[in-house]
Design a protein around this ligand. Structure first.
Ligand SMILES: [Cu+2]
Length: 463
């Protein structure tokens, strides 16, 4: 993690460039703060304004503001950015203030907020404040509530953050392109009473997906549903930081979905309740315990739980192709197909050809086949016991005893107490059950000379 001091050094280097607003005047534009790193930044403890308990944006940061006669002023700059999706892969996206997603905006219920949005993109844009109560003319829908923000221009949005909760921001202009390119960010309105629904750790991130061909850098913006990179805050595992928690902490995790499909977000080892939805906090009597919650397109969810079980717990989308990176899609199923004959024939033509997937796809996690430039392996990440075999929307909750209150440093891998790790039964161990044979076991075995699987034409498969 980068320290706040380092962060401000980076931030201070940025300067206002280009656009001048006629109504406001360049002198009163807040400085542009930009971020160079894709790592999780320490929470921004409010230096001015009313107190609140800041959030931690996973692989992200919060935008500093300035107070101007009691109004919180922020400056967002829409611009092309290079986002590291994970070590080994960078994407050429559009974002805000140096990164995609843009910085999280944190305000307090009742705050008057003024946001300057400068457009450094090659086409017009706008800013929609998803989920907010605001004057209709501040809602940011191009053509309906405002003219477009043309390249080089700055628009000013101003409203009172009336309702506490989790919100998003994104353009309402050439949306398919601009959202496929990563234009989005989170907005948190904290309750005016800092004790209301207080938690010890409050994490947030956006769900975003991209379609970037192996070996290329720019998303295909006309893809409708068949994306190949599934991310938390535009990072894919193992590029997603762990969520570090102290044992006994009450934890909130907020997620907003700006992909084009739903994501059943699943947490291991703990039950949670959904305490916040798009419309605000859920009444306590309406909550029930779950271990997975589905987040539909355009929705925000806040879940809460007591982090009382120490360990390294998986936290991921339960759609298994969403915990995979590019290269894992549109591959034919080869399980049970004996490829030895065909391999001998292909090897005469292509000496390096490899047989894959005949016993499942797990060996893909350790495969050392050369990948195209700027391409993530499809299943990756390694833990203390070997390959994790995951990509995409996957990370860990690292729960440890006795961490300090604001300590989000990665504590390393969990040290399991003796006798608490699943183990391999030794061959011939006393009391080992005799191997059982299911009545259907023959079905997977080939009879000599007979194909195991009948291959039919036109094997279209969706996701
Ligand atoms: Cu998913």
């Amino acid at each position: 993690m980068v320290s706040r001091r380092g962060f401000f050094k980076t931030a201070g280097a940025a300067a206002v460039t280009g656009a001048v607003v006629s109504r406001v005047g360049a002198a009163s534009l807040p400085e542009v703060v930009t971020m160079e790193h894709a790592s999780t930044q320490a929470p921004l403890v409010p230096p001015t304004g009313r107190p609140y308990n800041p959030v931690v944006t996973l692989n992200g940061w919060t935008l500093p503001w300035r107070m101007n006669n009691g109004v919180k002023e922020f400056h967002l700059v829409a611009e092309p950015v290079v986002r590291e999706i994970a070590p080994g892969m960078k994407a050429h996206l559009w974002g805000y203030n140096g990164q995609s997603p843009g910085p999280t905006i944190e305000v307090v219920e009742g705050d008057r907020v003024r946001i300057f949005v400068t457009n450094h993109l090659p086409e017009h844009t706008s800013m929609h404040w998803h989920g907010q109560r605001l004057p209709n003319g501040m809602d940011g829908v191009t053509g309906l509530t405002q003219p477009p923000i043309n390249p080089g221009k700055t628009f000013v949005y101003e409203f009172v953050a009336r309702r506490a909760g989790t919100f998003m921001y994104h353009p309402h202009a050439d949306e398919m392109t601009q959202m496929a390119m990563g234009m989005m960010g989170l907005w948190i309105t904290h309750p005016k009473d800092p004790k209301f629904m207080r938690v010890d750790r409050d994490f947030c991130f956006l769900l975003a997906s991209y379609d970037i061909d192996p070996g290329s850098f720019t998303p295909k913006v006309n893809t409708m549903t068949d994306f190949n990179l599934w991310t938390f805050n535009s990072r894919a595992f193992p590029g997603i930081d762990p969520m570090v928690m102290r044992q006994g902490d009450r934890v909130r995790i907020r997620a907003g979905n700006l992909t084009m499909t739903n994501h059943p977000i699943h947490l291991h080892g703990h039950e949670f309740t959904v305490t916040g939805t798009d419309g605000g906090w859920t009444p306590p009597a309406s909550r029930w315990p779950e271990v997975t919650t589905d987040i539909a397109v355009g929705q925000m969810r806040a879940i809460e739980f007591l982090a009382d079980e120490p360990g390294d717990w998986a936290f991921h989308c339960h759609k298994s192709h969403h915990t995979m990176n590019a290269m894992g899609h549109d591959v034919p199923t080869m399980i049970g197909v004996d490829q030895r004959d065909v391999l001998a024939k292909i090897n005469k033509l292509v000496p390096d050809y490899m047989v894959m997937g005949d016993k499942g796809m797990a060996d893909m996690a350790e495969m050392e086949m050369p990948l195209p430039e700027n391409t993530l392996p499809m299943m990756t990440g390694s833990g203390p016991f070997g390959g994790i075999g995951m990509g995409g929307m996957f990370t860990t909750m690292k729960i440890r005893k006795g961490l300090a209150r604001g300590d989000y440093k990665d504590p390393g891998w969990y040290k399991h107490p003796a006798g608490t790790v699943a183990y391999e039964l030794a061959d011939g161990a006393v009391g080992a059950p005799a191997p059982a044979r299911a009545p259907d076991a023959e079905r997977m075995a080939a009879k000599p000379g007979e194909p195991v699987l009948k291959v039919t034409k036109g094997g279209h498969h969706g996701h």
